[in-house]
Unconditional design. Structure first.
Length: 494
């Protein structure tokens, strides 16, 4: 193999993303609350950027709007120039920088009293909405343990076991007692740990620290329950048969009638398979629709976008006056230029986000008009590539635009991603969304004879009879996704 050094010419096409383009993509992907946080951060860190809430009596806003020859945010379009690497953008930043000034370079980081008050109000609201839990899972167990009259060694072993439990996992003991003991432990230490485990398993909630489902349920079966002994037999020896609805097999093995087994099974279902679930960490995501679908007098659906976070952003008049006075130093001018770039890029990125999100959402609504008119059963198959081609953007732009964005419609509040669904072709050649097939599948299951439930093959035949071509594996896949048991598990024994 010969190797040599030399010069050569090579022509290739590549795309270089400017800092502005990168920020625009990042801003586009942010959900509404994250965008608010991004703007709040910039307002605190950047003295050039100001905000008001469209107050017509505000002299700052009137000055900016009435005495500026530049188009407003609603009129100005963001032009991304890939050929010149956004040279015009930087020149525009420089021209703005020559007109903008700082009131005082020394106190540029100090936020206004209004900003401080707004931040305080938001912080107060966040604290006020925190769920009040009097005790955590571990505190709940330790408090009960402290009230018991047990020796110190057993109490220490119990505390060690409790520390290994996780409420999000149902409170099960997922490790062995030997693993929880020090390396130099003795048989006596293991006996103490076993005793401690027995104490914990009878604390409230009953069944906590169980090592499997069978032990968890058995701990909850007390002698005062009707059919307590029969319940223990079914849980101890026939739990898998109960899960698979093999009641005739249980009848044969135990001598209990199917009617009695079904009656006992109802009592078993009242037991708690996850005793610590009430203490589990629950994160209830805040859903804030950024878009709203409105129907006009012509029966057309139009998109309205919420502009709360970005409303009233502007370059402060104080800085223009300071710079115009000619007293700013070179360091101050350099500082202002950097802050101007940051503020203007943010404003333009937010405007591009607004424009792109509105166009993408409108294209989605136009495609899914039947869904809005008739309901979920009328949703159409839709791919992001279709919307990208219609709007005239790259498919990744559509993906960023719909990510974690919610829309309020006459049918309810939905994530934008919900409207992108796959599908199949009906016998008539019509495109049918998988959501519609899932609805029909649920209807078939709900209306079947539970003594003779439909097999997956039978469901395929019935869907085909409705003109829908669906493979058996597809039915099985969606049945499992919908948490619908198999035909054997759905059967009701008479």
């Amino acid at each position: 193999m010969r190797m040599h050094f030399g010069q050569s010419l090579q022509q290739k096409q590549s795309q270089i993303l400017s800092p502005r383009m990168i920020q625009s993509m990042e801003i586009l992907q942010l959900p509404l609350l994250a965008l608010q946080e991004r703007i709040d951060q910039e307002l605190v860190e950047n003295p050039v950027l100001e905000q008001n809430e469209n107050d017509p009596t505000n002299p700052e806003e009137n000055f900016d709007r009435e005495n500026s020859n530049e188009p407003t945010l609603d009129e100005r379009e963001l032009v991304v120039d890939n050929d010149t690497n956004n040279k015009d953008d930087f020149e525009r930043m420089e021209s703005i920088g020559r007109e903008v000034l700082v009131d005082s370079f020394e106190d540029y980081t100090r936020p206004s009293s209004n900003r401080i008050q707004d931040a305080s109000d938001r912080h107060h609201d966040q604290i006020a909405n925190i769920v009040d839990n009097s005790h955590s899972f571990h505190e709940h167990l330790l408090l009960q343990l402290s009230e018991m009259d047990i020796d110190e060694e057993t109490e220490l072993a119990a505390e060690r076991i409790i520390s290994s439990l996780n409420a999000d996992d149902g409170g099960y003991l997922r490790t062995t007692l030997i693993d929880l003991l020090p390396a130099n432990s003795t048989e006596e230490d293991l006996e103490i740990a076993t005793k401690a485990l027995g104490i914990i398993q009878h604390l409230d909630p009953i069944g906590v620290a169980a090592r499997d489902l069978r032990e968890c349920l058995l701990l909850q079966i007390t002698d005062d329950l009707p059919f307590a002994e029969e319940m223990r037999i079914l849980v101890s020896d026939h739990l898998s048969d109960l899960r698979d609805n093999r009641l005739p097999l249980i009848e044969k093995k135990t001598g209990l009638s199917i009617d009695d087994i079904q009656l006992i099974l109802e009592d078993i279902k009242e037991l708690n398979p996850k005793p610590a679930a009430a203490f589990a960490t629950r994160s209830a995501p805040t859903v804030t629709p950024e878009l709203e679908v409105l129907k006009n007098e012509n029966g057309e659906y139009k998109i309205k976008i919420e502009e709360g976070p970005s409303r009233g952003l502007y370059i402060s008049r104080h800085y223009r006056e300071r710079l115009a006075s000619g007293t700013a130093t070179d360091d101050e001018k350099e500082f202002i230029k950097r802050k101007l770039n940051s503020a203007q890029w943010l404003i333009d990125s937010i405007e591009q986000r607004r424009s792109t999100l509105t166009k993408v959402a409108q294209a989605i609504v136009d495609h899914q008009k039947d869904f809005l008119d008739q309901g979920p059963e009328s949703i159409h198959p839709l791919k992001m590539q279709q919307i990208a081609e219609k709007v005239g953007v790259h498919v990744t732009t559509v993906s960023r635009a719909v990510d974690d964005k919610w829309v309020e419609t006459p049918r309810g509040i939905f994530p934008l991603k919900k409207f992108f669904v796959g599908g199949t072709t009906s016998a008539s050649g019509e495109d049918v969304a998988w959501d519609r097939i899932r609805i029909l599948l649920q209807e078939l299951i709900d209306n079947e004879d539970k003594s003779k439930p439909y097999s997956d093959d039978e469901i395929v035949k019935r869907l085909n009879a409705k003109g829908l071509k669906v493979a058996r594996r597809t039915v099985t896949k969606y049945r499992k996704k919908m948490d619908i048991p198999s035909s054997r598990q759905r059967r009701v024994w008479n």
